[in-house]
Ligand binder design. Structure first.
Ligand SMILES: C[S@@+](CC[C@H](N)C(=O)[O-])C[C@H]1O[C@@H](n2cnc3c(N)ncnc32)[C@H](O)[C@@H]1O
Length: 277
């Protein structure tokens, strides 16, 4: 079990999809638009949200490999992708989907990327992608990952990497202390060694530049408001839990922060597109 429930991933999916940076998505689409087909590896795939958002940007024939170490999430991904598609056929362990004009083949790989990155990435694909993943990773993992992607000459596209720029509505005197303590929690070990947390976009950009890639980055913040009541409540509860574990905010200030009803929040993310030169 990864600690990421399918309920949490489902709750955030709409906000994730609308927050993706449109200019970077267009740049990705432009890169592949003369191709008939494309192969894609999605790491830390969860229930397949990244495929559901990215497929529309890619050529009509797509072959995806979805990688995660959590078998329950991989199984839910199979079900949810089947429901999302216009037509779905199960072929052994694989799915054949039709969505609009796209014919999408999907295979699933259970792999712990922290234990064996090469096995997780498998054979070279045209595009290696991930969503909401790299803030879990360590500096060493990102270095090794950029080298492994470069060795495969793949394009790299990742979205919704947490970058630490947060604001809350209504404001509260403990906002800055809570955000800072949450960031400290983000920089603990999430399975890859000490995590880079909100500095992940910076490390990704540096490592891909070192690997001779041309790197574009753009903001993709969650702008949460009244329509996101449940997500706001979960984000607030998540901050309360993480910040309590860090212990850096005075308990009565933290209680007061957590008991005010949020009407909005901006949670900063970055999207990154890296193309071999
Ligand atoms: C925040 S979730 C994002 C899921 C999905 N990409 C999305 O956008 O909804 C992070 C995902 O990374 C996976 N993950 C975390 N550590 C992993 C590891 N060491 N190997 C493989 N997958 C991992 C988790 O199981 C989870 O599905």
């Amino acid at each position: 079990m990864s600690g990421f429930s399918s309920a949490w991933l489902s709750l955030r999916e709409a906000a994730d999809h609308r927050s993706r940076n449109a200019a970077l998505a267009e740049a990705l689409a432009g890169h592949f638009n003369l191709r008939d087909s494309v192969t894609i590896t999605d790491i830390g795939c969860g229930t397949g949200s990244n495929l559901r958002a990215t497929a529309a940007l890619l050529p009509a024939r797509q072959s995806w490999t979805l990688v995660d170490y959590d078998p329950a999430l991989l199984s839910t991904a199979k079900d949810e992708l089947g429901n999302w598609a216009d037509e779905a056929r199960i072929e052994g362990e694989n799915l054949q989907l039709i969505k609009g004009l796209a014919k999408i083949q999907v295979s699933f790989r259970k792999a712990d990327l922290a234990a064996d990155l090469d096995a997780g990435l498998g054979a070279p694909s045209d595009l290696i992608t991930a969503a909401a993943f790299f803030d879990l990773a360590s500096k060493a993992f990102i270095r090794e990952f950029a080298q492994a992607v470069a060795a495969r000459r793949a394009v790299f596209y990742t979205v919704l990497t947490y970058n630490g720029r947060c604001s809350w509505q209504p404001r509260h005197p403990a906002d800055n202390a809570v955000t800072a303590a949450f960031q400290r929690h983000q920089m603990t070990d999430k399975g890859f060694g000490i995590s880079v947390g909100p500095t992940a976009p910076l490390y990704l950009s540096d490592q891909f530049k070192l690997a001779d890639y041309s790197v574009q980055e753009a903001d993709s913040p969650w702008n949460l408001g009244p329509r996101d009541e449940m997500l706001l409540a979960e984000v607030q509860a998540g901050h309360l839990k993480a910040v309590s574990e860090v212990g850096a905010v005075e308990p009565s200030a933290l209680d007061s922060w957590a008991s005010r009803k949020l009407t909005g929040a901006v949670i900063g993310h970055t999207d990154t597109l890296a193309i071999p030169t």
